[in-house]
Ligand binder design. Structure first.
Ligand code: GDP
Ligand code: IMO
Ligand code: MG
Length: 422
């Protein structure tokens, strides 16, 4: 039995989808534990190419259950669309379950996110995530278990809708009606009733019967609402300990934390990004968007900001998450670079910074780089870390030494099987 948690070690889009799809083969249950359909988790396997937003990336393994957990905010319309795509690829949805305590992301959440972004935001995905969590915190929110009792749903909507309309009026938006929203809820009940579960007994039974459980994080720790680059962050905690909060079990039961890192850095949205290079060697790795692994957002299609690997970021997120091991994805993208830079420190006002800077200082830091020789050969067919070219192994060893953890998986291509392991 084991409980593992897989999280993004940088700014999101590190390759979590690919890793969960791979690890699902060794798991009984995958739980998405926070965020919502702001996620874009790319999976490329025998069933096709998928960019999953809400459905856990273990869905392709027929012996693995997929749970959308309590800490997630779920847009039911997006979930229905995604279910249809998965079914169209002949993948069974039999193992898909939704926690009754997951909150329903409503149309007005998304509308408010759009309006706030238009008025000058931080570059959110405009999926309504921040608003869904805000309404959850205000305790003006529906949970999936509410949908099972339509009287309860109606009475909650009657209480919530005036609050929503108050807010909408300041933007000059037509009021929402309880009746129209209630019609949607009736449809959602019909669609999801069979999949909604009471999460505590389900999860604890899985834990007690010794199943292998993997918690799938969304985004990365640099965008954590408490520990990330506030205010340019998401509205949840994409960090390992939140898996225990969302799952409702003691944090000390987590056996393993797997951090997923990209071999360089990428970020979407506004905010500091110390190693960003515009027009340099790394920036040229973006591609055109034609290939599924080109550097364009899997959720919004936005061009990703790119930069060199940032060790202070990895050390900081290691301090938060405690990686037992790292998966280093996309090393193959560096195959043709004669030299590779690694940021090992930051300087602020000419001095090496000894703590992780706050957001304002992070805008001002100057990265201190070391340069390693590249390997200038194709790594895409390699299955074992020991068989990687010597300079690629040096790059990996250097990262292990600087961060203080082990790299157990190295991504050498976008497909499920494109992994070198130890
Ligand atoms: P996630 O949000 O962490 O699941 O990551 P995304 O799916 O948003 O972005 C990661 C991108 O890198 C996707 O296009 C993946 O197909 C791709 N990818 C993942 N691992 C590798 C790898 O090892 N090599 C290459 N070339 N692409 C990878
Ligand atoms: P995955 O799970 C990269 C970013 C947005 C914005 C900030 C807040 O695929 O790694 P939000 O819509 O959450 O309120 O936006 O977070 N962001 C992501 N960046 N990958 C993601 O997900 C992201 N989800 C949100 O760009 O900066
Ligand atoms: Mg992504």
């Amino acid at each position: 039995m084991s409980i593992s948690v897989l999280v993004g070690a940088q700014w999101g889009d590190e390759g979590k989808g690919k890793m969960v799809d791979y690890l699902a083969g060794k798991s009984d249950l995958i739980v998405r534990f926070q965020g919502g359909d702001n996620a874009g988790h790319t999976v490329i396997n025998d069933f096709g190419v998928f960019k999953l937003h809400l459905i856990p990336c273990g869905i392709f393994e027929k012996n693995c259950i997929s749970l959308i957990g309590t800490g997630v905010v779920v847009n039911p319309d997006v979930l229905m669309e995604e279910m249809a795509q998965i079914e169209a690829a002949n993948v069974s949805l039999e193992g898909l379950k939704i926690s009754g305590k997951a909150h329903v992301l409503m149309p007005y959440h998304q509308k408010l996110d759009e309006l706030m972004e238009k008025a000058g935001g931080i570059g959110t995905t405009k999926r309504g995530i921040g608003q869904a969590y805000a309404y959850k915190a205000m305790r003006k929110s529906l949970r999936f278990e509410d949908l099972l009792d339509l009287d309860r749903t109606k009475s909650k909507l009657t209480e919530i809708v005036p609050v929503v309309n108050d807010q909408m009026s300041s933007y000059g938006i037509e009021p929402y009606t309880v009746e129209a929203l209630f019609e949607k809820c009736k449809l959602w009940k019909e669609k999801f009733a069979a999949s909604i579960i009471e999460p505590m007994s389900f999860l604890h039974q899985m834990i007690d019967s010794g199943k292998s459980i993997l918690f799938e994080g969304q985004l990365g720790a640099m965008k954590d609402i408490d520990h990330g680059i506030f205010p340019y962050v998401t509205s949840s905690n994409p960090i390992a300990s939140y898996a225990a909060v969302s799952g409702g079990f003691p944090a000390k039961k987590i056996d393993k934390v797997i951090g997923v890192a990209k071999a360089f850095s990428s970020a979407v949205g506004a905010g500091p990004f110390p190693t960003e290079e515009i027009g340099g060697a790394i920036d040229l790795l973006r591609g055109t968007g034609e290939n599924p692994d080109d550097e364009f957002g899997a959720r919004t299609g936005r061009s990703r900001r790119l930069g060199w690997l940032d060790i202070p970021v990895l050390k900081y997120t290691h301090a938060i998450n405690g990686y037992d091991e790292l998966a280093l994805c996309k090393i193959d993208k560096l195959d043709n670079l004669p030299e590779i830079k690694i940021c090992v420190d930051y300087k602020l006002d000419g001095r090496i910074v000894t703590h992780f800077p706050d957001t304002e200082d992070l805008e001002k830091v100057e990265p201190v780089y070391i340069t390693l020789p590249g390997w200038m050969c194709d790594t895409t067919k390699i299955k074992n870390i020991a068989d990687l070219p010597e300079n690629a192994k040096n790059y990996i060893r250097k990262i292990e030494e600087l961060v203080g953890t082990t790299i157990a998986y190295v991504g050498v291509g976008p497909n499920r099987e494109d992994l070198a392991i130890r």
